[in-house]
Design a protein around this ligand. Structure first.
Ligand code: UDX
Length: 435
């Protein structure tokens, strides 16, 4: 199948390479020349485990190319739109300017029988609106939301846990389903579940899933607040309730909460859309989910102040992690960076380290100090804060690290360290939601 992928960011770059791996002939298009150049040379323009190998493998088949020239999508039968939908400045709503621009630009290049497939996360009702613009083009619009997780994007794209097609009614929908089934023949043959539905449901599936995940995280973080007030332990609580299969242990890790380019802006855009639809009450709980999440960051700064006997002014604080999650260099709405910046603004001397995200973090917060390693960051520190649970930080040796810090105070922002081991090495260990 000849495929085009419009927008080669975290989603599109992986999708283009994965589609090639699945046997298709793919052209990836992006307006960013540097990105296109890197991708064409087999270099991932951002850190994503496995992407470079996938790209190089795909490029050597001769069936994958990247370009800035949108006209090169002509000849492809299926066009995936993978552009971003960030939060609007000063508003909760999603900014659809990239989606609208991509659709307008693609339209003149479509042929009769083409399939235009939206993968971007959009407010419900967007597909129906865009489908009207396609009238007369002979092309059909499908909404096919993407559920990939950063850090696991390659695996999630090649082996998704489900496929969702939002299609129009009648024959156009049936034809579109048949074409997409060809595109996804390999995962479907592996038994990946498929849900074929209407546009609105497909759009809602994505934001509903992300809202559920955000709610689960904020639920356990709310429990962490209760644990702090009562002397209980949130990690034991999560373990115990997680044994109930109806609840499940996944996504019950209390700590600094959720960030990134998806969960925070998706729940806000969802609330904004509900307001437009006159059903804002249905999602008013998401406001609380958002508040609980943001409170974690404030609480962590308070905890740092607490262990420093009331003031962080002039204290050296090492922050381990800048990315919003491990195995990513993405710092969009990163809880780690947000806490680091707050502490710096409140007078601490903050030194941030991260295995992959220092360059991105420096662009966002040039006033912070950056160190290459945890060891360098922690040297002379009054407090060490583990903010992103990279494997190398989880495995830090408390005995060794004690030799470089000024004061042995560790804040475990992700509840991943062994408190006993750290205390045994003489550290003051504190975490959110634990004694
Ligand atoms: C998310 C969805 O998981 C994915 O399906 C969707 O396609 C895009 O949004 P992603 O943003 O890559 O993916 O990260 P995810 O693994 O969901 O983590 C989001 C945030 O929640 C991170 O900051 C993470 O640290 C935090 N988190 C996750 C917790 O605080 N506790 C948990 O138990 C799990």
């Amino acid at each position: 199948m000849r495929i085009s992928v419009i927008g080669c960011g975290y989603l599109g770059a992986v999708h283009a390479a994965a589609m090639t791996q699945l046997g298709h002939d793919v052209v990836g298009v992006d307006i960013d020349e540097a990105k296109v150049e890197a991708l064409a040379a087999g270099r991932a323009p951002f850190y994503e485990p496995g992407l470079s190998d996938l790209l190089t493998g795909a490029l050597t088949t001769g069936r994958l190319r990247f370009t800035t020239d949108l006209a090169e999508i002509a000849g492809a039968r299926v066009h995936f739109v993978c552009v971003g939908t960030p939060q609007k400045r000063g508003e909760f709503a999603a900014d659809l300017k990239y989606v609208d621009a991509a659709f307008a630009a693609v339209l003149p290049h479509l042929s009769d029988g083409d399939l235009l497939v939206g993968k971007s996360t959009v407010p419900v009702g967007t597909a129906e609106r865009l489908a009207v613009d396609l009238t007369g083009s002979g092309a059909t619009l499908v909404w096919n939301p993407e559920f990939l997780r950063e850090g696991l994007a390659v695996q999630d794209t090649l082996h998704p846990n489900r496929l969702v097609y939002g299609v129009p009614a009648g024959m156009p929908g049936e034809n579109a389903t048949a074409v997409l089934n060809e595109v996804y023949a390999a995962p479907l043959a592996d038994g990946v579940p498929l849900v074929v539905t209407d546009y609105a449901t497909a759009e809602l599936v994505k934001v509903a899933a992300n809202s559920f995940l955000a709610t689960k995280i904020s639920f356990i973080n709310a429990m962490a607040e209760l644990c702090e007030a009562t002397g209980a332990d949130v990690t034991g609580l999560a373990e115990a309730i997680g044994y109930d299969e109806r609840i499940g242990r996944k996504f019950l890790n209390a700590g600094l909460g959720f960030g990134g380019g998806c969960l925070p802006k998706d729940i806000r855009a969802f609330m904004a859309r509900a307001g437009e639809l006159g059903v804002d009450q249905a999602l008013s709980f998401l406001r609380e989910v958002d508040s609980i999440n943001m409170r974690r960051r404030v609480r962590m700064v308070d905890l740092a102040r607490e262990v420093c006997n009331g003031s962080i002014v002039g204290r050296r604080i090492a922050v381990l992690g800048a990315a919003f999650k491990p195995n990513s260099d993405d710092v969009r709405d990163s809880p780690a960076l947000s806490v680091a910046a707050q502490m710096q603004l409140q007078g601490a001397h903050v030194v941030v380290t991260d295995p992959q995200a220092i360059d991105n973090a420096r662009l966002k917060w040039p006033d912070l100090t950056f160190a290459e390693t945890a060891q360098d960051a922690a040297t002379g520190a009054d407090v060490v804060l583990l903010a992103t649970e990279w494997e190398q930080y989880r495995e830090l040796d408390p005995v060794q690290l004690a030799t470089v810090v000024r004061e042995k105070r560790i804040l475990d922002g992700r509840n991943v360290l062994d408190p006993e081991a750290w205390r045994a090495a003489g550290w003051t260990y504190r975490a959110l939601g634990r004694r």
